[in-house]
Design a protein around this ligand. Structure first.
Ligand SMILES: Nc1ncnc2c1ncn2[C@@H]1O[C@H](COP(=O)(O)OP(=O)(O)OP(=O)(O)O)[C@@H](O)[C@H]1O
Ligand SMILES: [Mg+2]
Length: 340
């Protein structure tokens, strides 16, 4: 660390649809749901992250909770800026009079338009970023997984986040072909909500549906190590009387099948675009899964069986992109693929 290092602070941000992670000095210093609670009349920030999530779906007219990102991109600019600002404050709680210059690397979905990239840059700058660099998420995921992205060798990464599934083939420090689809964790949660309504006449909120996904979510109807049924409570749609229903992982596997097939088709379509030499590298090394969706039970096996290429779940898949962004931060001068 240099003599004046206190004057500049370097942070890496994975601004995700579901979770925002900030890395500072190689450590995860913020890992919070991407959500803010605002005073509905004044717009004042009331809570961010986990605190705001606990209010989600439970607010009255004076409080609104907002998820600033939808489908991987900023949907509410003001809320996004407040969220980034608030999360940076978590790192510097006491610095009221003096704020260090911020150098940051922020990751963006590979399918981002110019306008979407501009929105991320603007909110990062408004939140105090002086030097703002950007990196495509699949590139960050690959670096975070430990792939040497500058080698003349092809690697495929599938990052299933909250809002988007990013599929990319990387070689020689660049993205050779990719696809970003808006089917990911949020979509799976919505599938579960709709299924519970149609199949069981029970109305559940987003949080309960997400709990079901985590407790008994599955990509396969026959798991080797199955979870126990999960009891779901809620109002009956017809009578508004409370009911309780045990939900099995088989049901959830059935309910997620359609969305998972779309993820499979997207992976296959990227493989179709992959140049043959790189294809051969991918077949021999396998395909890496990152993002929270990689934790869905049986997903790696389902994809391996369907596509006939081994799928590996990244170590700590929820933090792979952030880790890679943190490594990029330390190499801003060497990594030519960073956008500025
Ligand atoms: N054990 C689990 N099983 C299934 N899904 C999970 C599990 N744990 C987390 N998830 C899901 O992973 C998603 C969050 O993943 P992640 O943090 O990678 O997304 P993100 O980076 O915020 O979103 P994006 O990259 O799309 O902007 C959520 O939809 C969450 O419900
Ligand atoms: Mg992500």
């Amino acid at each position: 660390m240099g003599l004046f290092s206190f004057l500049t602070q370097e942070i890496a941000i994975d601004l995700g649809t579901a979770n925002t992670i900030i890395i500072h000095n190689d450590k995860v210093v913020v890992d919070e749901p991407s959500i803010v609670a605002l005073d509905a009349s004044t717009g004042k920030l009331l809570a961010i992250g986990e605190k705001a999530r606990q209010m989600h779906g439970k607010t009255h007219e004076n409080i609104k909770t907002i998820r600033p990102l939808r489908d991987g991109v900023i949907a509410d600019f003001n809320a996004a800026e407040q969220m980034i600002r608030g999360m940076i404050k978590i790192i510097n709680p006491r610095q009221k009079f003096f704020t260090p210059t911020l150098r940051m690397v922020v990751c963006i979905p590979s399918g981002s338009t110019e306008v979407e990239i501009r929105a991320v840059r603007d909110s990062a700058e408004h939140a105090g970023g002086r030097d703002v660099y950007m990196i495509y998420e699949p590139m960050a995921a690959a670096i975070g997984i430990g792939i040497d992205v500058e080698e003349p060798e092809g690697s495929m990464v599938v990052d299933i986040g909250g809002g988007t599934t990013e599929i990319a083939v990387i070689a020689l420090g660049g993205i050779v072909c990719n696809q970003s689809i808006r089917i990911a964790g949020d979509g799976f949660t919505a599938d579960i909500q709709a299924y519970m309504r149609h199949q069981h006449n029970i109305k559940i909120g987003e949080r309960t549906a997400e709990d079901i996904k985590i407790e008994v979510g599955s990509a396969l109807p026959d798991l080797e190590d199955p979870p126990r049924d999960y009891n779901v409570r809620g109002p009956n749609l017809m009578t508004a009387m409370p009911i309780e229903i045990p939900i099995s992982y088989q049901e959830i596997a059935h309910c997620l099948d359609k969305s998972l097939s779309k993820v499979e088709s997207a992976i296959i379509s990227v493989l179709e675009q992959t140049p043959p030499e790189l294809y051969a590298d991918i077949v021999s090394k396998g395909i890496y899964l990152a993002g929270g969706g990689a934790l869905l039970r049986g997903l790696d096996k389902r994809l391996t069986d369907k596509i006939n290429i081994p799928f590996h779940i990244a170590e700590d898949p929820l933090h792979a992109v952030a880790r890679g962004t943190g490594i990029a931060l330390k190499n801003v001068d060497n990594f030519s693929f960073l956008l500025r």
